[in-house]
Design a protein around this ligand. Structure first.
Ligand SMILES: [Zn+2]
Length: 568
């Protein structure tokens, strides 16, 4: 099977440094990380960017309240971002901060180009501004005079501002979204944007004079550039636009997890742009489609290929808020239940197209039934039985003498051989929950297969030795496939399965590890941090790669059942 070899540039929003990150931020980032890991494993060139948004009045005010300066305040919060992403093992390639000098340079350059092309003009702004959104509001945007998202009244501002001629792009945007060149996912969100476009676009003020925490306006230093305008540009400044000086990776304080994955001899910007997918929460889709695409078109830069706006979590049926005190903290979950348990719940039950409700009881149920009793139990009993009946050595693959069992075995083989296509299709459509369902269909079928073929009974009957071997090979081979298939979703668990199966670097395909082999063929730099056992999906999801006589390791429970916990 040939996989799509187009580069893919996956981004999260730059998270605002006004506060610590909650489950909403972790959800976007886990989605992005899963996509990045999946497409890497599928052999596609991937660049994964995240970072921090550090300018604006909000940060200026909070820093002052905390008796510090904005940069020191940002440094402190950014430290917590790193802590969280390390704890969740997020494999971003680049972490950008909007206070990075190269970024500020790109922002000023884009502004200059818009001005040259007459998409920027100066005028007096009179109106409303929500400091928490860092966005201008009209009366239409308010509910009972308050910002509906933050429940605070917007402040009245009147100042001489630079304006961006957003209104000039209305028709172009409608056309792009209509014909799919500007792809907004899911389609229901595209319709929301089209609806708002039909109401017409106002020009937006893109400068402020009341505080100085931001990128200076070139040619008019009394203004700083609107924080959203500044932050959105990160997606191209991170690629070195416009000078193509190269990716800001290891050069900056060791902030990148990997060496830059841009192939040798390619400039980063033309290599990765516009093959990007911006993952965002639905509340910032407007900025990431209408505003961002217009800014790029105005400056003569091609807009990105797509944006995926996911919905929101509620918590036990309520809006998640600091006031209610029900904010879900991802680090606490990772520490208490393991990061894969957190990833599983987010990927399986999280808000993609529709809002999703975070329910603790559901978290525990899914953990116990899918992870502990489903996957964990399967791997554990497969390995225990293999040790008991075959001294931990995989028997040669064979068929059952008994027809109905052979039918079940063939059913498993068919499911396994169909998995790659299902994963490719579902991940390409951002249906990560459905992708996991394709994996768990196999987990359930394999557990049924063990119950049905009863190796423990076959082992007692010497005339059924062949059926015992048929059963054990099939179960172990399913475990091997699962150890590869879940790697992008639950990387720790996948690694532990492979370790327990005794699979080391290259052992699946003999000799050199496939990842290194392909990297060499493509002239790409090797990724020292990438687990060597991560072989490409299309190679590892084929049935029948486990070699006869292969010695497996010691079984260890993958997930300990959560018996009960006091309700909080
Ligand atoms: Zn607001």
């Amino acid at each position: 099977m040939t996989t799509n070899q187009t580069p893919i540039y996956i981004t999260t929003p730059l998270y605002y440094v006004n506060d610590e990150l909650h489950i909403g931020h972790a959800t976007t980032t886990i989605y992005a990380d899963t996509l990045a890991r999946f497409w890497r494993a599928a052999g596609r060139p991937v660049l994964f960017l995240t970072g921090s948004d550090e300018h604006g009045q909000n940060i200026f005010d909070i820093a002052k309240k905390n008796g510090t300066d904005p940069k020191s305040f940002a440094d402190k919060i950014v430290g917590k971002f790193f802590e969280l992403w390390d704890a969740l093992d997020i494999t971003y390639d680049v972490f950008i901060r909007t206070t990075d000098e190269f970024h500020e340079h790109s922002v000023q350059e884009l502004f200059k180009r818009l001005k040259q092309r007459e998409f920027v003009y100066k005028d007096t702004y009179r109106g409303l501004y929500c400091v928490k959104c860092e966005t201008y509001k009209t009366d239409k945007d308010l509910v009972n005079g308050l910002c509906p998202q933050h429940q605070i009244p917007p402040v009245k501002v009147e100042e001489d501002n630079y304006f961006f001629k957003l209104s000039a792009f209305t028709e172009k945007l409608q056309q792009m979204i209509g014909d799919g060149t500007g792809r907004i996912q899911p389609p229901s969100r595209a319709n929301e944007i089209l609806g708002k476009l039909r109401e017409g676009l106002n020009d937006v003020s893109i400068s402020r004079t009341k505080f100085d925490w931001g990128v200076r306006m070139p040619g008019d230093e009394s203004h700083v550039i609107w924080v959203w305008f500044d932050a959105l540009i990160n997606y191209i400044s991170a690629l070195g636009w416009p000078d193509s000086e190269g990716l800001p990776t290891r050069a900056i304080e060791g902030r990148a997890r990997h060496d830059a994955p841009t192939p040798v001899g390619f400039a980063p910007f033309p290599h990765w742009w516009p093959h990007s997918i911006h993952l965002v929460g639905k509340e910032i889709l407007w900025h990431h489609s209408v505003v961002w695409w217009s800014m790029l078109m105005g400056a003569g830069v091609e807009p990105p290929k797509g944006v995926f706006a996911h919905a929101w979590w509620t918590v036990e049926g309520q809006k998640m808020s600091k006031t209610i005190g029900n904010v879900i903290k991802p680090l606490e979950y990772a520490q208490k239940y393991s990061r894969d348990a957190l990833r599983y719940y987010v990927l399986r039950a999280g808000p993609t197209k529709e809002d999703a409700d975070w329910r603790q009881a559901d978290f525990i149920t899914k953990y116990n039934s899918d992870l502990a009793n489903g996957l964990g139990n399967l791997v554990n009993r497969a390995l225990n039985m293999l040790h008991k009946y075959f001294e931990g050595r995989v028997p040669a693959e064979c068929s059952f003498d008994e027809a109905s069992l052979e039918g079940s075995r063939q059913g498993l083989i068919t499911l396994v051989n169909g998995l790659e296509k299902k994963l490719l299709d579902r991940v390409a459509a951002y249906d990560l929950s459905d992708a996991l369902e394709a994996v768990w269909e196999i987990v359930r079928k394999a557990n049924q297969f063990v119950d049905e073929s009863k190796p423990f009974k076959l082992a007692k009957d010497p005339t059924r030795a062949k059926d015992l071997a048929a059963s054990m090979y099939a179960v172990c081979e399913v475990c091997r496939v699962l150890g590869a298939a879940i790697d992008p979703f639950l990387p720790d668990t996948a690694r532990r399965i492979r370790e327990q199966l005794g699979l080391r670097d290259g052992s699946l395909l003999e000799g050199v590890g496939l990842t290194q082999m392909i990297a060499r063929l493509e002239g790409q730099p090797q990724r020292s941090k990438q687990p060597a056992a991560q072989v490409l999906l299309r190679e590892s999801l084929r049935w029948g790669l486990l070699k006869p006589n292969h010695q497996v390791g010691k079984p260890e429970p993958l997930f300990v059942r959560i018996e009960s916990e006091p309700s909080t």
